[in-house]
Design a protein around this ligand. Sequence first.
Ligand SMILES: O=C(O)CCC(=O)C(=O)O
Ligand SMILES: [Fe+2]
Length: 201
Amino acid sequence: MEGFRFWPGALSASGQAALLAEVLAAVEQAPFYRPVTPGGRPFSVEMTGMGPLAWVSDRAGYRYQPTHPATGAPWPPMPERLLDLWSDLTGWPEPPDACLVNLYRGPAKMGLHQDLDEQDHSAPVLSVSLGDAAVFRIGAAGGGPTRTVRLASGDVCALTGPARLARHGIDRVIAGSSTLVPGGGRINLTLRKAGPASRQT
Ligand SMILES: O=C(O)CCC(=O)C(=O)O
Ligand SMILES: [Fe+2]
């Protein structure tokens, strides 16, 4: 699909371990919590965030906010290596201002959706996979067939240009396919530009 970019094995084993250590340090400050949909249904995925903003969902709706919904504290900063990965791979001239951290354990999955809550839909969404491999499903924004891509630990992909509003989700995670994440499972990091587009000229 035009605009879907995939860098298998973008992170080396040592790069994955270093990034995971930074994410787990952030999780000490901003623990994983289980969001609920606006209708009150718990997500199967647990979430937290890093950076100036992160995506949250609760009875009041979907949005980006600067603080953790359970602790009220600002999200911890985004690790420098993620900012570098964003600029190296996407070439986007501005840094991301939001990183959503998804934890998939057991039967956790994510239904087909579009990432629509960002103010600037021209900026890419960059996705980093750590731990157990996942079956990622993607199809065009307007509908039609979908296909699957296996996302393994260290793989990075991006929704850019015509694929920025692609429908996508996680069908399932393949338990035991990696030993990276303590306690098992998969951690996904998505870097986005959530806030207002920076002013032109
Ligand atoms: O876990 C993934 O690979 C996808 C996550 C996702 O689509 C999202 O957080 O919006
Ligand atoms: Fe998404």
